[in-house]
Design a protein around this ligand. Structure first.
Ligand SMILES: Cc1cc2nc3c(=O)[nH]c(=O)nc-3n(C[C@H](O)[C@H](O)[C@H](O)COP(=O)(O)OP(=O)(O)OC[C@H]3O[C@@H](n4cnc5c(N)ncnc54)[C@H](O)[C@@H]3O)c2cc1C
Length: 291
């Protein structure tokens, strides 16, 4: 066995659909859920020496897994050791596997403002910092002052604010694992803050389709127009390929119906990109990652 001694945390041919928002796609060749940093380092070491591809999965809200599945190892930081959240004065440190929603609610409960703008965005802290998520004119990078990363060579490094760059849905954090991130926030009266978060939550819910799983946001907004408005202008609302369909009210979301395959979604994404370019001359930039 390739992962000898790690059988309790590594599974073979693990179906990935249950771990992603699209609820589609094949199996990961290996799927690992380490319970501590030592086990995580062991997995990385084996992958390095055996030349096996390795990918980190967070909440799976930005990943579409192909029907053929994922070669190599998919690692998920679901264990408590990777999900801790600690508050220190006006700073919060969260593990890469912690849910973003848990981080936001902890900050609000402790009267620390800034991150409430991100209420309602699915996924983990690792995925959020990596992709610099944002909503309501704010993004997570504004508040990130330090990250702890683990490199492909197995070294743990701390990167400070001065070394970090955040742009629209991008960062320069390119190490294999985001282990934790620290955010500097502002003090605010907790009741007023909680009320503001509730209002922002209503806005965020209105900006995305009802229901939870079985869909995903596809393109980045760029060039002053939202991806949704470009898709709508091109008359593509409701377009269907197989059992994947552009959401009628929120055209930057693709919903999947029973029987849909990941290939249906991929073909629909290609069709949207091609038609928007043909009709409006704008190249849509993909946000969702296809694995
Ligand atoms: C309904 C819905 C609403 C959304 N609304 C918004 C929104 O308002 N604003 C917005 O910006 N986005 C939004 N998104 C997109 C998505 O939620 C975010 O991009 C989210 O931050 C992805 O986090 P995740 O944990 O799910 O990452 P995943 O989808 O699991 O992974 C995304 C990427 O991050 C990497 N990654 C994850 N964890 C780690 C880690 N610990 N270390 C290193 N790399 C890691 C993965 O390898 C992958 O490359 C929405 C998505 C959905 C489905």
């Amino acid at each position: 066995m390739l992962f000898e001694g790690l059988e309790h945390i590594v599974r073979e041919q693990e179906p990935m659909a249950r771990y992603t928002w699209f609820r589609l796609g094949g199996a990961a060749e290996y799927f690992a859920e380490p319970t501590n940093r030592t086990e995580l380092l062991q997995i990385i070491e084996i992958c390095r020496t055996e030349d096996i591809p390795i990918r980190m999965l967070g909440g799976g809200s930005k990943v579409l897994v192909r029907d053929e599945g994922v070669p190599g190892v998919v690692v998920r930081l679901s264990a408590p050791a990777f999900c801790e959240i600690t508050v220190n004065d006006a700073q919060i440190t969260a593990g890469g596997g912690a849910r973003l929603g848990h981080l936001v609610s902890t900050a609000v409960r402790d009267g620390l403002s800034g991150l409430e703008q991100l209420v309602g965005i699915p996924g983990t802290v690792g995925g959020a910092v990596r992709g610099n998520v944002g909503a309501n004119h704010g993004d997570i990078g504004q508040y990130t002052i330090q990250v702890e990363v683990l490199t492909r060579a197995g070294d743990i490094k701390t990167r400070d604010r001065s070394e970090l760059r955040f742009a629209y849905r991008k960062t320069n954090i390119d190490e294999l694992v985001l282990l934790s991130a620290t955010f500097a926030l502002e003090r605010e009266e907790p009741h007023a803050l909680a009320k503001r978060m509730q209002k922002l939550w209503i806005l965020q819910k209105a900006a995305q389709p009802d229901g939870n799983f079985g869909m995903g946001a596809i393109f980045k907004d760029s060039g002053g127009s939202t991806a949704a408005s470009l898709i709508e202008q091109a008359g593509l609302k409701g377009t269907r390929v197989g059992d994947a369909k552009v959401n009628d009210r929120h055209p930057n979301f693709i919903e999947v119906h029973p029987g849909a395959s990941a290939q249906d979604v991929i073909r629909l994404i290609d069709l949207l990109r091609t038609r928007v370019f043909e009709q409006l001359g704008v190249e849509l930039e993909q946000d969702v990652e296809i694995w």
